[in-house]
Each structure stands twice: as structure tokens, then as C-alpha cells.
Design a binder for this molecule. Structure first.
Ligand SMILES: Nc1nc2c(ncn2[C@@H]2O[C@H](COP(=O)(O)OP(=O)(O)O)[C@@H](O)[C@H]2O)c(=O)[nH]1
Ligand SMILES: [Mg+2]
Length: 307
């Protein structure tokens, strides 16, 4: 019965750098779960733990110099690991296995292939086919003043998009370094804001990238990693495209100053939804409704202390 829950990966999550909030949360919720058998309780505990400790894998794509490392550092205080740094089983590329250093709550993979010679596309097709199954999200970084988008477009349309669609991996295009958009002297480094003409050109760039790649403008986020500009909006977008049970992972690992109230609430709601859906599949409907009703105020009181 419990395998009706969405899969979050089979292995035990690695130890998180932050305290295991799932234990405290469960301990405080369990007195309100007396209607559950020991087995049902254990299932709920495991579910909370799975969501709270989930380690998202974010594939970061983009040409060298687009600002992948800078962006990840600004968002998460963590560098990207290149795919070759992780244990990639290339002898059987269809069965690529990734293993990550323990102690990190998030894996940021610097995925090669954008902007290199097109003769290597065949190799990358295999790499992407294997990687795509492992990824929860793709951040595709484009340098704001890069006019040669055709390579990004080709790799996206021919190689990445088919796999992303098949495995339902959300893709967000990040226009980075918008402080360099003309007239760049307009950038206000004191307030970290573009000037009026620059702001208009940033919007034009966003519209043209969305048109060229055939994606919604809401999937295209202009930011400046260096200036810390629009990183809150980027995290909002990331959280909004992820399924409920994976939001917590991003909200927990992002630098606190980039996590808006809206994003935090969406992550909390995601956790609550997974707890209640666990109760619904575990208990008969009337009992589940009663337990959920009792639990709701306890959860909202507790959750404020657990973020
Ligand atoms: N002005 C400006 N420079 C940036 C920004 N993001 C990255 N850079 C610079 O661009 C260069 C390449 O960045 P890096 O993160 O190494 O790119 P990667 O190769 O994609 O990982 C570095 O010199 C960064 O300092 C930004 O938002 N604004
Ligand atoms: Mg880099």
C-alpha cells in the first residue's frame, strides 16, 4: 500500500549538514497520531524523513564563463561539481551511477557539452540520456551579453529537451550577468539595480530568449549572480516548478536571504501535503480526516521552528 507514494529514490539519504529536523518534527507530531498502528506510524515517520532529508540533484548547464559556478555559489553557497568529479560509470553509459560526497544537502552538477564541438554531440546524447533520469531540475545558464545563442538552442532542442520532457525534468533558463547588459554604466552598484534603459533591454532579452528557445517567459529568469540581483525571484521560480515533495530540499539549502516567505510556505505546504497523503493512503478515510484535522494546527505551530 505504501508504494503508492511518489518515489523519491530508493537509497537512504546521506547525512545532511543541517540537523535532522525530521526526527524532532516526527517526535512532536507522533502524540497526535495515536490512531495509527506501529507500522503506520513508522511509515509516516519514514515519509517525513524522506521529504525533509531529500537531496535534490540540480544539473547546471551552460557555456564556460556563463557563470554557473558563481550562480551556484550565490544561491547555495556551494560550488558545482563537474560530472567527472562524481563517480560516473561511463563503461555502461546507460547505467550511469552518481555518488556524491556525504554531508551536502544538494548536488549541483556542472554538465558539460554546451558550446563545445558539435562532433561530440553523440557522446553527450548518451551522457544526457543517463543523467536526465537522475536530475530533479536543470538550470541552464546563459550569459546576458552572449549573442550567439544558436549552440544553446541546438543542444537544448536536439539533446536535452526530449529527455527533459520524457522524464519530466523542469528546465529553467537563467540569464546571468544582466549587470553587463547595455547601457552597463547605468547599473546601480549601490542598490544593485539596473537603470531604466538597462531594465527595458533586460526584458527584451528575456522575451527574445523565450521566443528563440520556444519556452514560456516565466521559465526565463534574468539575474546577476555577482550583484545578487533577482536571486529571490529565481528561487521562487525553482520552487514553483518542483513537485511538492522536492521543494523542501531547495528551500533548506538556498541561502536564507534568497528564500521568500512565499517559497518557504510552498516548501512547508509540500511537506504537509506529503504527510497528509501518507495518512490518507494509510488510514480509512474518516480516521484520516480526523487525524489531519487534529494535526493541522500542531504542524503549522511546529513548522515555524523547524526551518
Ligand atoms: N559582472 C558579472 N560577472 C559575473 C557574474 N557571474 C559571473 N561573473 C564572472 O564571470 C566569470 C565566469 O564565471 P564562472 O562562474 O566561473 O562561470 P562558469 O564557467 O560558467 O562556471 C567569472 O569571472 C565571474 O566572476 C555576474 O552576474 N556579473
Ligand atoms: Mg565553473
Amino acid at each position: 500500500m505504501f508504494n503508492q507514494w511518489p518515489a523519491l529514490g530508493d537509497e537512504e539519504p546521506p547525512s545532511s549538514p543541517k540537523p535532522d529536523t525530521s526526527v524532532g518534527l516526527f517526535d512532536q507530531l507522533s502524540p497526535h497520531l495515536t490512531a495509527l498502528t506501529a507500522e503506520q506510524l513508522e511509515a509516516v515517520r519514514a515519509r517525513i524523513r524522506q521529504v525533509v532529508q531529500y537531496q535534490a540533484v540540480v544539473g547546471v548547464l551552460g557555456k564556460t564563463g556563463a557563470g554557473k559556478s558563481s550562480l551556484c555559489n550565490a544561491l547555495f553557497g556551494q560550488e558545482t561539481a563537474s560530472v567527472s568529479d562524481v563517480e560516473a560509470c561511463t563503461r555502461h553509459p546507460q547505467e550511469i551511477t552518481l555518488s556524491y560526497q556525504n554531508g551536502k544537502g544538494l548536488s549541483l552538477l556542472d554538465v558539460p557539452g554546451v558550446g563545445e564541438s558539435t562532433t561530440r554531440d553523440a557522446d553527450y546524447t548518451e551522457l544526457y540520456a543517463s543523467l536526465m533520469k537522475e536530475l530533479d531540475l536543470i538550470l541552464w545558464v546563459i550569459k546576458a551579453d552572449d549573442r550567439a545563442l544558436s549552440v544553446d538552442e541546438q543542444v537544448y532542442r536536439d539533446i536535452v529537451q526530449p529527455y527533459a520532457d520524457q522524464h519530466q525534468v523542469p528546465v529553467i533558463f537563467v540569464i546571468n550577468q544582466v549587470d553587463k547588459i547595455e547601457p552597463s554604466r547605468e547599473w546601480d552598484w549601490q542598490r544593485n539595480l539596473p537603470g531604466p534603459r538597462q531594465a527595458a533591454n533586460i526584458e527584451t532579452k528575456r522575451a527574445s530568449i523565450s521566443r528563440q528557445l520556444g519556452v514560456s517567459p516565466s521559465q526565463v529568469c534574468p539575474v546577476s549572480a555577482e550583484a545578487g540581483y533577482q536571486l529571490v525571484a529565481l528561487i521562487d521560480t525553482v520552487i514553483s516548478v518542483l513537485p511538492a515533495e522536492k521543494r523542501w530540499s531547495i528551500a533548506r539549502e538556498a541561502r536564507e536571504e534568497h528564500v521568500s516567505k512565499k517559497s518557504r510556505q510552498a516548501a512547508e505546504q509540500g511537506l504537509w501535503d506529503t504527510i497528509t497523503s501518507a495518512l490518507v493512503v494509510t488510514l480509512v478515510r474518516e480516521t484520516a480526516a480526523k487525524v489531519v484535522e487534529k494535526l493541522a494546527p500542531v504542524f503549522s505551530r511546529l513548522i515555524r521552528h523547524f526551518f
